[in-house]
Every structure is written in structure tokens, then in C-alpha cells.
Design a protein around this ligand. Structure first.
Ligand code: HEM
Length: 407
């Protein structure tokens, strides 16, 4: 067993959801890899150690990459999940060789051309959403914009009808909540939601097999048909499920966090409105805010890392947000500095074989959406009401962010 740590890591507390960075800076100095007993988690905080974890997928398996639960699943929850597709793989949670097969298929269908072609639609969707509330003068920007924008973009990408998106959003939330410690009756509900989402995705893949389509799901099915070692229907169906969820929760958080930052970082507004600076500003905000604060791995053997001995079978958190503020890599790591030369080293999209497959789309959405919000909503500022932080501890963003402007 490990020695008790002096690092008061309590990421679910209100204080550390607001400021997770101070305690992580202390950890990087004093105990860069420490064991958090309440979370049953080894937390890796330095940039070079996080890179080691991300690059060594043989020692650090991605099975359970999204799971922060410490308790066993109650049997009634497992029973419900057994009625769905418990064998369905999610790209973010599988290791090679299955990961290579799934990722290879995505790479053939989710091409740069397909992403570029979405730009005009992203503009139309964003403009349509803003049209809906521009005259009001105030709104919860997370609910009215930051959620629906990426969700609609992904719906369009996969060819899912707009009427289904609200359900998909809720089912996706069920999937994420199922990975956390919650009362059994809540987990039962979330398990039901996940099974419905699995069934929905399986039916969508089967439909594309019968009637080919031009959307991404149709392209995945077509690419799979010509693959040397094709995936099963259930294996393909894990892809829309994973991409729909991974692709909207992160962009939502990035939009909210950027706007909140803009209210305290006056230069950022001008930078986002300048097309030559906006990409750098966005990258720097991703480094500073890290919408995915960290994700999980399981050790396949005992391993030495950052002065600690992590046993085999242990759960590890690769802390992207801490790595992104590591003073050994980034000068003045807590400052907003869009011109920094080392920005390419940030790990907000991960690294290695699980590097974010949606990074180009996420960046494009932010490049379109943020300047448009600033242009259309003049004098954008914090609104009345309380901004509420995202409850999931390994995510950073807002569940609600009231804003106001001059209508
Ligand atoms: C600002 C936006 C985004 C951020 C910060 C972000 C962050 C990340 C991170 C940190 C990982 C690595 C996970 C790991 O190592 O365990 C990841 C993987 C992934 N992301 Fe993103 N992401 C974003 C946008 C998107 C979008 C738009 C999509 C889909 C269209 C997407 C789909 C995925 C998928 C499928 C994976 C797993 C890839 C694999 O396991 O091979 N992400 N993302």
C-alpha cells in the first residue's frame, strides 16, 4: 500500500472545481505521482510523466478510460446492461489490436475533407441559434448555444434527425453518469439510457447497411464493407455513440470556459476577433482550461513513475490539465500568452494512439462559433444569475453560464 499523501486532492469540492490548479502545482513540486485514496486513483501530474502514460499503452491500458467510479456496479445495473450490448467497444476505452482496427476505419471515413465541408453548415447552425436569442439581451449561453451547436453539428455529420438529438444528448449523459459513483436507483436509470442509445446506434448502422447514405455513418459502413478484417455491426455502432458524446461535451465546455475567461482577460476578445490570432488564442485557452482535465488508465503491471511505485491493476489518472501548466515545459504557465512558442506541447487533446480524433472538428467549431458570438452580441458580459460549474470532476466547464449583451 502507498504512503498517505500530503496532497489535498479533492476535485469534487466546490473550491477545487473552481480552482483545480493550485493543488496540482503543489503536487508537481512535492509529489508528482500521488495516490488519492478516496478516489482509489494514482494521479500523474507532470508533463513528462503524463506523456509516458499516454505513450505506453501496453503498461497503461485504456480499459475504463472514462470510469471514475470506485464502487462495484450493483447487480440490477449489470442485469439491465446485459439486455443491451455489453460487448460494444468504445474506441476511447479499448487497447490494440481492436483499437487499431476501429481507429483505422474512422481514419478512412472521417477525413479532413469531410470536416472542411462542414464549415458552412457550422456557420449556419451557429447563426441560426444566435438568431433565436439575439433580441433577448441575456441568456444562459450553455443551454442556448454551447450544448446545441456541437450536438447539431454531430447530428448532421452522422445523419441523425434533428428531432432525435435531445434524446441522444440525454442518453449520452446517462453513459457518462454511469461511470461515476451514484445511488443504485440513479445508475439503473442511466443503464436504461445507455441501452437505448446502444440500440439506437445499432439500428442506425443496420439501416445504413440496407440503404447506403453519404453521411459519416454511411461512409463508415461502406469503408467497413471493403475492409480486410471488417468490424461487426455492434463494433461499428460503438463509434457514433462514442463520437457523439466525446464530440459534444468537450466543445460545450470549451465554449463556456472561453467565454468566462474572456470576461477576466480583456485582450482575448480582440484576439478572437482577429482571424490571424484566433487559432492561437483558442489553442492557449485549451491549454489553460483543459476541457478534459484528465482521463484514466489501468496498469497491466507494477511500474515506477515520478518517484512512485504503482502496483499492477491500479487505476491511474493522466492529468492533462496539470501537464498543461507544468512550469518545466511552459514558461509562466498560469498566464494567458497566445504567442508562446511551446503551445504545440499542450496535451488538451491527449497524445499517442488515443489522441483526439475529433481535434480538427473541435478546433473548427470553436473558430467559427466564438468570433460569431462576439460579433453578433455586442458588449457581451456576465449576465445576472449564478454561473454553475460542470459537476463531472475530470471535466472543466460550466453547466450554466448566464451572459448579457446590448440587444
Ligand atoms: C475542444 C474539444 C475537444 C477536446 C478538449 C477533446 C479532448 C480529448 C482528449 C484529451 C482525448 C484523449 C483521450 C485519452 O487519451 O484517453 C480525446 C479522445 C477522443 N476524442 Fe476528443 N476532444 C475534443 C473534441 C472532440 C470531437 C469534436 C470529437 C468527435 C467528433 C471527439 C472525439 C474523440 C474520440 C472518439 C476520442 C477517442 C480516440 C481514441 O481513443 O482513439 N473529440 N479527446
Amino acid at each position: 500500500m502507498s504512503e498517505p499523501t500530503a496532497i489535498a486532492f479533492d476535485p469534487t469540492s466546490a473550491e477545487q472545481r473552481e480552482d483545480p490548479f493550485t493543488v496540482l502545482a503543489q503536487a508537481r513540486q512535492e509529489e508528482p505521482v500521488f495516490y488519492a485514496p478516496d478516489l482509489r486513483l494514482w494521479v500523474v501530474t507532470r508533463h513528462d510523466d503524463v506523456l509516458t502514460v499516454l505513450k505506453d499503452h501496453k503498461t497503461f491500458s485504456s480499459v475504463g478510460a472514462l470510469t471514475s467510479a470506485t464502487a462495484e456496479r450493483p447487480p440490477e445495473v449489470t442485469e439491465i446492461l446485459a439486455q443491451g450490448h455489453p460487448e460494444m467497444p468504445y474506441i476511447i476505452e479499448v487497447d490494440p489490436p481492436l483499437h487499431d482496427r476501429i481507429r483505422g476505419l474512422v481514419a478512412r471515413a472521417f477525413t479532413p475533407r469531410r470536416i472542411e465541408a462542414l464549415e458552412p453548415r457550422i456557420e449556419e447552425i451557429a447563426a441560426g441559434l444566435i438568431d433565436g436569442f439575439a433580441a433577448l439581451g441575456s441568456v444562459d449561453v450553455v443551454e442556448a448555444f454551447a450544448w446545441p451547436l456541437p450536438l447539431r453539428v454531430l447530428g448532421e455529420l452522422f445523419g441523425f434527425p434533428e428531432d432525435d438529438l435531445e434524446r441522444i444528448h440525454h442518453w449520452g449523459t446517462d453513459w457518462l453518469l454511469l461511470q461515476q459513483d451514484r445511488p443504485a436507483e440513479e445508475l439503473v436509470e442511466h443503464a436504461r439510457g445507455l441501452v437505448e442509445l446502444q440500440d439506437y446506434c445499432v439500428a442506425a448502422v443496420e439501416e445504413r447497411s440496407r440503404r447506403p447514405t453519404d453521411d459519416l455513418l454511411g461512409a463508415l459502413v461502406a469503408a467497413n464493407d471493403s475492409a480486410a478484417d471488417p468490424l461487426s455491426v455492434v463494433e461499428i455502432a460503438g463509434l457514433p455513440l462514442d463520437l457523439m458524446v466525446a464530440g459534444h461535451v468537450t466543445v460545450t465546455r470549451a465554449i463556456g470556459s472561453t467565454l468566462a475567461r474572456l470576461f477576466v482577460e480583456p485582450e482575448l476578445r480582440g484576439h478572437l476577433l482577429d482571424p490571424s490570432l484566433a487559432p492561437k488564442a483558442i489553442e492557449e485557452i485549451l491549454r489553460l482550461e483543459s476541457p478534459a482535465q484528465g482521463l484514466f488508465r489501468v496498469t497491466t503491471r507494477e511500474v515506477e513513475l515520478g518517484g512512485a511505485t504503482i502496483p499492477g491493476g491500479a487505476r491511474v489518472m493522466a492529468h492533462f490539465a496539470s501537464a498543461n501548466r507544468d512550469e518545466c515545459v511552459f514558461a509562466e504557465p498560469d498566464d494567458y500568452c497566445p504567442e508562446r512558442g511551446d503551445i504545440g506541447k499542450h496535451l488538451a487533446f491527449g497524445k499517442g494512439i488515443h489522441f483526439c480524433i475529433g481535434a480538427p472538428l473541435g478546433r473548427l467549431e470553436l473558430r467559427v462559433a466564438l468570433p460569431m458570438l462576439l460579433r453578433r452580441l455586442s458588449g457581451l458580459r456576465p449576465g445576472e444569475g449564478v454561473a454553475v460549474r460542470e459537476p463531472v470532476f475530470f471535466a472543466r466547464g460550466f453547466a450554466s453560464l448566464p451572459v448579457a449583451w446590448d440587444p
